[in-house]
Design a protein around this ligand. Structure first.
Ligand SMILES: *[C@@H]1O[C@H](CO)[C@@H](O)[C@H](O)[C@H]1NC(C)=O
Ligand SMILES: [Cu+2]
Length: 560
């Protein structure tokens, strides 16, 4: 007997008393999606009426989505008697609750603060009833359940700004113009950014000049922003507007890197979408950005862009690798990262650009037309797109989509005109839909998360911390073949094809064993993300998958 055999015997002896330990699969292999794309294209279900047009949305609780419209004549009224601007959608009952907003939200941005409150800022001029919104800060704390506004507090006016949750738990508020416009221009451009909460917690910090927003005129509204992982806890961001992009260090206010230009304009009104592809510990958080769709000409009849660029942000010589976006031209797409790490691109138009209908409603000229009813499902590993079943509803300018904690996709909105219109080809769209991706339709058993660190799930946010492990109890019939993986997802804030803060991070399942004292439970030890640059502090959802099929419901946590 050699040493090696001896070692194996010793290990065997150690393992023997706990014979229910599960062999763990190679994580990256376990994370590969089954080839469901061709088998089924998903299903669509119209689930109800949102009361206001869903221009801006965010998941506020495991079964709740907050919707924010612009100022317009919605039929339903808020407590003040004014037309409602914001509602809460209940995913269990498909009913709405009307929220109160006193300032103009056309069009604004949002991001979660590390303490678990949503910060929403910006807007437009207001009217006799609603205050000006360009300098308003709005807070939504799920424990309060309604909006709390600070009108006029922001240091400058912002219409179409972008926000981002930062590694330090604060929110970046960047760019925009000082008033509504089709194309941005120097006189109304706001080439600055600010961070909230400010240094002293109360008085806004001086706004920081940002030359990049001058260099990228006129296609520089709703710029694409992403937090870039690093091991030094820096607030590093990727910024893309028009065709230019940079890596920017917010802590020192300096440009770290200029990336090559991408083919074709990608930001408002030539609106594309962007995301950081799922990050995995097994690849040491290799960070790739993906930018899809857009428009090469500011022309109503121009066919939308059928390309995506993908780039490793840390490559020595970064390059955009281009593809055909699944063969469907699309302006104003939404990008939703699903629980298995695949990307669903949906919504948008085949021609035109982001903006309102021109002309009278009896003789309209649609600035965006030829709605792209079919989503495409993209597998980041194989780089293959699969065309999914179409919706029957046009979702163009002012429409949205988000992942819900049960793994489906909530899709709502579309209103390519300045006020409520119901008797036109592309009306103010109040119908909400749920799209169920193929992974929910195979009949495979889905795990149920029972507790995390002893907390019963979804009875409030479970506190978890960077660099720690968490113990997760999962229910699944013991007859199932076991291959557990896990992920944490920040659903972010969605508006105008911009998924602010959306993030997917794979989690290492360090140990898993079958709990012999129960008929159907397993106990998993998972490793949480190492630092707040991988995924920003604040509310997120933990998902466990088996054989790459998502759990019945993600669990709301507060990561800090
Ligand atoms: C989070 O911080 C912001 C500071 O800007 C504050 O307004 C909000 O009330 C805080 N939320 C909680 C839950 O403490
Ligand atoms: Cu808008």
């Amino acid at each position: 007997m050699n040493n090696c055999h001896l070692l194996l015997l010793l290990i065997g002896a150690l393992l023997l008393p706990i014979n229910n330990v599960l062999a763990l699969p190679h994580p990256m292999q376990a994370r590969q999606a089954p080839a469901t794309g061709d088998v089924a294209g998903g299903t669509w279900q119209i689930v109800g009426n949102t009361g206001v047009n869903a221009m801006h949305i965010f998941v506020s609780a495991p079964n709740k989505i907050i919707l924010i419209d612009k100022l317009e004549n919605n039929l339903i009224k808020q407590a003040s008697g004014q037309p409602a601007v914001s509602t809460e959608w209940n995913l269990d009952t498909n009913e709405i609750r009307i929220l109160d907003v006193t300032s103009d939200t056309f069009c604004s941005a949002g991001s979660w603060l590390g303490n678990g409150t949503m910060l929403h800022t910006g807007g437009d001029n207001g009217n006799n009833f609603l205050a000006a919104g360009q300098q308003t800060l709005r807070f939504y704390d799920p424990a309060v359940g309604n909006w709390v506004e600070m009108v006029g507090l922001m240091g400058s006016k912002r219409w179409y700004p972008t926000m981002l949750s930062l590694a330090n738990g604060k929110a970046l508020i960047l760019g925009g113009s000082i008033g509504g416009t089709g194309l941005n221009r120097a006189e109304i451009n706001n080439p600055t950014y600010t961070i909230w909460p400010p240094t002293d917690g109360v008085t806004p910090d001086p706004e920081v000049q940002f030359q990049f927003l001058i260099d990228t005129l006129p296609y520089n509204l709703y710029v694409m922003l992403h937090l870039v992982p690093n091991s030094e806890n820096k607030n590093l961001i990727f910024v893309l507007a028009n065709q230019q992009s940079i890596l920017y260090d917010l802590d020192t206010a300096t440009i770290v890197k200029n990336y090559p230009t991408i083919a074709v304009q990608r930001t408002y009104p030539q609106t594309g979408t962007s995301l950081i592809l799922p990050l995995y510990p097994e690849t040491n958080y290799l960070t790739e950005v993906m930018v899809c769709g857009g428009q090469k000409e500011f022309e109503i009849l121009s066919v939308a862009e059928a390309s995506c660029g993908r780039m490793d942000l840390n490559a020595a010589e970064p390059v955009w690798t281009m593809d055909d976006f699944g063969g469907l031209p699309r302006v104003m797409p939404d990008s939703v990262i699903l629980v298995n790490g695949e990307i669903l691109f949906l919504n948008g138009a085949g021609t035109g650009y982001a903006g309102f209908r021109k002309g009278k409603k009896t003789n309209p000229l649609w600035a965006n037309d030829n709605p792209t009813f079919n989503p495409v499902l993209y597998n980041p590993t194989t780089k293959i797109y699969a065309k999914m079943n179409p919706s029957s509803i046009a979702r163009m300018y002012h429409s949205v989509a988000t992942l819900t904690p049960d793994g489906s996709v909530f899709v709502a909105g579309s209103n390519p005109q300045g006020n409520v219109e119901t008797e036109v080809l592309y009306p103010t769209e109040y119908r909400a839909e749920i799209y169920s991706p193929p992974y929910l339709l195979t009949g495979a058993s889905r795990p149920t998360i029972v507790t995390i660190d002893g907390y019963i799930v979804n009875q409030g946010r479970i506190p978890i911390t960077y660099g720690n492990t968490a113990s997760i109890v999962v229910q699944l019939p013991k007859t199932e073949v076991i291959s557990f993986t896990a992920a944490i997802i920040h659903h972010g804030f969605v508006t105008h094809s911009t998924h602010m803060g959306q993030r997917y991070v794979g989690l290492v399942v360090k140990e898993a064993y079958s709990d012999a004292t129960t008929a159907d439970q397993y106990i998993l030890t998972i490793e949480l993300p190492p630092n707040p640059t991988i995924i920003a502090p604040g509310p997120s959802y933990i998902y466990v998958l088996n054989n790459n099929f998502p759990c019945v419901k993600g669990v709301e946590v507060l990561l800090n």
